[in-house]
Design a protein around this ligand. Structure first.
Ligand code: SF4
Length: 370
């Protein structure tokens, strides 16, 4: 294992222009550290990197970002670090040094920087409020938090080593500042109806309208602790020559999983669009649109309200499915009702987006004529 990551040359970026032309949402990947000292049972990182966390020199990381901005004009980046905070308090200086260097070089001013980064759910207690503000100012605005579940038994099974209470306090503390996305794994062989109720509570607190949050299933990675446990208990099954699957221990969970997956199959494309919209909405909110337009602002507020409604609707339907399955009732009517309401809200949101585009177009036209 290479101990000094700075021995590696910078990655080849030759295809960035093509990526940009082909995909409006393309983001260059940045890796500032490798590995993770934690040992979550579902994760492949501990087996792959032997729980050794190694970091690059912060200044070289910022050099790389600066060069991509300069050569290719990107301003949105994806930090692929497993755990950018390393062992937490002892290593948080790495992220803070990157953030300070960005601010020192004024990169945030010239290019509207926007970073996607993954963190454990306790990051809000590791970083102080001034430090949270510091990383936000430097561009770390989109934080993907590995919650996995809102149920203590599931969290213990996943060996997260974090208390559920700190999940809620992170949401309360950071929701207003960052775009907080959630990583969830609601379904694994041991999932119970009561754990799904707790999951629904956490997803509701996060308030992001993503139906896919309700459908996430554990993927058994060979080498991960949970994989080994399931293999030892003979719970794994081969689903085809490449994939390994498992049965749920509770029959009711099997039905719930099938129901939520059926819904996902119907709305998948629109669900993904909603995700892209959330991303765009936050970028707008974070002032990435350089010249703001009051009429677009008001339309965005209306969209935000609709998205909140959608998030609530999804939560209510998920709870309804749990209830129906618990009582052995057929939830077909419930699904239809949800899909109809989802489509109505989706249509209203699409109309608002059309209006924003028209408003922006008119504003550009006015500026052009002046
Ligand atoms: S899930 Fe995240 S915190 Fe847990 S072992 Fe994997 S990389 Fe580390």
């Amino acid at each position: 294992m290479i101990s000094n990551l700075d021995d590696f040359p910078d990655p080849a970026r030759d295809f960035l222009n093509t990526a940009k032309q082909n995909n409006h949402y393309a983001m260059p990947l940045i890796l500032s550290s490798r590995g993770c000292p934690f040992n979550c049972s579902f994760c492949s990182s501990p087996a792959f990197f032997e729980r050794k966390w190694r970091k690059r020199n912060y200044s070289r990381v910022v050099d790389e970002i600066q060069q991509i901005i300069h050569d290719y004009g990107f301003s949105h980046f994806y930090f692929t670090d497993d755990q950018i905070l390393g062992r937490g308090g002892r290593d948080k200086g790495h992220l803070l040094a990157i953030a300070e260097e960005i601010l020192l070089r004024n990169l945030h001013k010239s290019s509207d920087l926007y970073f996607f980064v993954m963190m454990r759910a306790d990051f809000s207690s590791i970083l102080t409020s001034p430090e949270l503000n510091l990383i936000f100012s430097a561009g770390f605005k989109d934080i993907f938090v590995g919650f996995e579940s809102g149920n203590s038994t599931q969290i213990a099974k996943y060996n997260k080593g974090i208390k559920i209470q700190s999940y809620f306090s992170t949401i309360r503390k950071c929701q207003k500042l960052f775009f907080l996305e959630g990583g969830f794994i609601l379904f694994n062989p041991y999932t119970s109806i009561s754990s799904l109720y707790d999951d629904a509570k956490l997803i509701n607190a996060l308030g992001i309208p993503q139906w896919s949050y309700y459908t996430k299933k554990y993927l058994p990675y060979p080498g991960s602790n949970l994989f080994t446990e399931l293999a030892t208990k003979d719970l794994l099954i081969e689903s085809n020559y490449l994939l390994i699957d498992y049965n749920f221990l509770h029959r009711s969970v099997e039905i719930i999983y099938k129901t939520v997956s059926d819904i996902e199959n119907i709305i998948a494309e629109k669900d993904y669009f909603i995700f892209l919209l959330m991303d765009a909405l936050y970028k707008y909110k974070f002032n990435l649109v350089t010249s703001r337009n009051p009429s677009a602002d008001s339309l965005f507020t209306q969209i935000e309200n609709k998205l909140q409604k959608l998030s609530l609707l999804e939560n209510i339907i998920f709870l309804g499915i749990l209830e129906y399955v618990s009582q052995s009732l057929d939830s077909k009517y419930l699904i239809q009702q949800f899909v109809d309401q989802f489509n109505t809200l989706y249509f209203q949101i699409s109309e608002l987006i059309d209006q924003i585009q028209t408003a922006e177009f008119k504003r550009h036209l006015r500026n052009y004529n002046e």
